[in-house]
Design a protein around this ligand. Structure first.
Ligand SMILES: Cc1ncc(COP(=O)(O)O)c(C=O)c1O
Length: 365
């Protein structure tokens, strides 16, 4: 009987069978969280006021996203039809890929980059074509241009990129949109606030540009799961067919306008992170640790073969950092989120001690 059940087990799609498992280390994070590029403090107090006022009755209703979408669109200087709210940028990526990628299509991906692009691409029948950055991890613009084919359907670019912190310039993005006019140019601006440059103003101007933003990073709302996808009306109407009308929850929708309005809070947090990043770069320099120039709220550092041990020692010291050794071209590299100056001073002490412990261990060998 058991045998018959086993042979009848339904098979998932072939591409799903080939998918790799992905388990980000989200457990046991009661420490200084410099591992997921979140806001390391809190969201705006205005958001907390809204949260405190949410009634049980409000939770009995299905969420209505339309009015909040209109608010967000107005805030961004776009038309409501050009903007969709999503359950984090993750859902935006998933839905965009499901909308456009089919068998025979190619997704162009400069790597290393945000892991979920490849995860969601591998759940489609399209082929991901990766373009490896050189050792400086700079945006591989020329090689990306050269990789465009008639089969290219989406080019996905995180700007700034993770885990490198490197950027693509506006001129480079414009050129890509022009040269791949038959494809969607997807620019993920999750770390926009720390960089300050955007192509959002070109949404609707360029017929193939789609831009994402998140509330998970600078706004400090990763737990609410809120993202924005913005693109020309002609493309967004297809995206909306795939996007669940229910995926952004009522609590997130209630909080979003307050988060947008409190620009002063956002600006203060961003300024603090930028100051802390400068100081932390100085500390890395003093410790002779190689790092890559970053325009985001994190920095990639070279630790070498003892990367896993380094991450463990940092955790023991109460500082969580993220081993990126499995990312293409990132062997021995660790990504460290930038928090406040005080947090980064503590992180720098932990880093010095971890490196000293590794050195002492090597000398004993
Ligand atoms: C480039 C990039 N895009 C998107 C995300 C995820 O954003 P969200 O929390 O809105 O799903 C991340 C998170 O690390 C990221 O690095």
């Amino acid at each position: 009987m058991a045998e018959a059940t086993a042979t009848l087990s339904p098979a998932p799609r072939t591409c799903v069978q080939a998918m790799k498992e992905y388990h980000p280390p989200l457990g046991n994070r009661d420490a200084l969280r410099l591992d997921f590029n979140e806001n390391t403090l809190a969201c705006s107090p205005k958001v907390r006021e809204v949260l405190a006022q949410i009634s049980a009755g409000a939770l009995t209703r299905y969420p209505e996203r339309g009015p909040v979408e209109a608010t967000v669109a107005a805030h961004l200087g776009l038309a409501a039809k050009q903007v969709a709210l999503t359950n984090g940028v993750d859902e935006a990526i998933h839905v965009l890929f499901e909308t456009f990628l089919e068998s025979g299509d190619e997704l162009l991906l400069p790597v290393p980059t945000y892991t979920m692009y490849e995860v969601y691409a591998s759940a489609t029948d399209a082929r991901a074509v990766t373009i490896q950055a050189a050792d400086d991890l700079a945006f591989p613009f020329e090689r990306l241009l050269a990789a465009i084919t008639p089969r290219t359907k989406i080019i996905a670019i995180a700007n700034p990129n993770s885990p490198s912190g490197s950027i693509a310039t506006r001129a480079q993005l414009l050129e890509l949109a022009r040269r791949a006019s038959h494809a969607v140019l997807f620019v993920d601006e999750a770390y926009f606030h720390f960089h300050g440059e955007t192509v959002l103003d070109l949404v609707g101007v360029l017929p193939n540009l789609v831009v994402a933003r998140t509330f998970s990073k600078a706004y400090g709302l990763a737990g609410l799961r809120l993202g924005i996808l913005a693109g020309p009306v002609e493309l967004m109407r297809w995206v909306r067919r795939v996007l669940s009308p229910y995926s952004v929850n009522a609590i997130a929708l209630a909080c979003l306008p307050a988060a947008l309005e409190d620009k002063a809070y956002l600006d203060r947090y961003v300024m603090e992170v930028l100051a802390a990043r400068g100081e932390f770069e100085g500390a890395l320099d003093a410790a002779k640790v190689r790092c890559w120039p970053s325009r985001a709220n994190f920095i990639l550092v070279e630790i070498g073969p003892q990367h896993a041990e380094f991450v463990r020692l940092m955790r023991e010291a109460g500082v969580l950092v993220r081993d990126r050794s499995n990312d293409p071209g990132c062997d021995g590299r660790v990504r460290i989120t930038i928090g406040t100056r005080e947090q980064m001073q503590n992180a720098a002490i932990a880093l010095h001690e971890a490196l000293a412990a590794l050195r002492a261990r090597n000398e004993r060998r």
